[in-house]
Design a protein around this ligand. Structure first.
Ligand SMILES: [Fe+2]
Ligand SMILES: [Fe+2]
Length: 160
């Protein structure tokens, strides 16, 4: 089905943001794994995988609308050199994503593309959850201090 050029363009913009997030989160996840913060590693990697699923859905939708998915573009990646910086940078990315999704949803409404709107609304809820999870980390860091917070993220392997 031939889609609106404006919708295809906005879906590609959102796709670029997802690809950026995938890369930032994977690097952060691997840094946490390297530092031994197993729980943060697992959580951040899971978030990266969710962004990958978003990218997959967006590519499918762009193809359905007979557009060309652009997977070669990427925005600035902000790697944090500490856990606190990583959480702040990831939270910043999610906040921008939420704004972007909301304006993309508005555009889909203007272009009478309810299918694309519904997909974006679905993904938006995931991004809100991501932002919420990161806000909880920031609150914990603020309340208990970063050192105490990091203690909660080290998962010692059970001795067998
Ligand atoms: Fe996403
Ligand atoms: Fe996200």
């Amino acid at each position: 089905m031939k889609g609106s050029a404006k919708v295809i363009e906005v879906l590609n913009d959102v796709l670029t943001a997802e690809i950026t997030a995938i890369n930032q989160y994977f690097v952060h996840a691997k840094m946490c794994e390297n530092w031994g913060y197993q729980l943060l590693y697992e959580d951040t990697e899971e978030r990266a995988v969710e962004e990958m699923k978003h990218a997959e859905k967006l590519i499918e939708r762009i193809l359905y609308l007979e557009g060309i998915p652009i997977v070669t573009k990427i925005e600035k990646i902000n790697i944090g050199s500490t856990v606190e910086a990583q959480v702040n940078n990831d939270h910043g990315l999610e906040k921008i994503a939420i704004q972007r999704f909301n304006s993309a949803i508005k555009l889909c409404n203007d272009e009478s593309d309810a299918g694309s709107r519904e997909l974006l609304e679905h993904i938006l809820l995931d991004e809100e959850k991501h932002a919420d999870d990161l806000e909880a980390y920031l609150q914990e860091i603020k309340d208990m201090g970063v050192q105490n917070f990091l203690v909660t993220q080290v998962h010692k392997k059970e001795k067998s």
